[in-house]
Design a protein around this ligand. Sequence first.
Ligand code: PGA
Length: 252
Amino acid sequence: MSRKPFIAGNWKMNKNPKEAKAFIEAVASKLPSSELVEAGIAAPALTLSTVLEAAKGSELKVAAQNSYFENEGAFTGENSPKVLAEMGTDYVVIGHSERRDYFHETDEDINKKAKAIFANGLTPIICCGESLETYEAGNAVEFVGAQVSAALAGLSEEQVSSLVIAYEPIWAIGTGKSATQDDAQNMCKAVRDVVAADFGQAVADKVRVQYGGSVKPENVAEYMACPDVDGALVGGASLEAESFLALLDFVK
Ligand code: PGA
């Protein structure tokens, strides 16, 4: 079963349009072949059109960091998945732990968002992950499994086969304290097992599962060597062009 590795940079709420443009121009022509690895940037809504324009003609995929589950209407401050699709966005990150923690997004919201994203022809990158407390209590598999099942409920086998799940332990995000190779492998395998239980092994063999949490050029190859880790969602180390490109070096 060959799943193409996918390295996605998550800029979070960083960079203005000028900085975003300079970054994309610096990386666009230097990406490894898309036959070997998919590379993407999840840009904040305010720089998305700049990033899409600068990435045109390159192999770089562009993701939004969130969307709403309705296409239009009286939802002040929200971003329409329909408009994201019209703009040419490829992916939408949903359920990031920062959205769950600071903006109170629920599993049910995330499930509705996944459906709306597919309805508009986009692909979700669905984040999951446990807190330090849950990890230390030994409940990570159960907790993350429930998040994954809830996020995917009601999707078709075809949809689940095509989407991306990012397993990001909250205690490893932005802390410099990355998961061990074994933890990353075991948790990404656990995520795949949940997909197998809910949608069958053939679907589980296709879905891509990324690890996220303090991934850097120095440790990315370690994670990518794990059989169930199909890529990485990278925050801090995706902000500089050189570092982002170095994250892709594992394919060489
Ligand atoms: P980090 O963030 O790489 O800075 O830990 C990862 C993420 O939150 O997606």
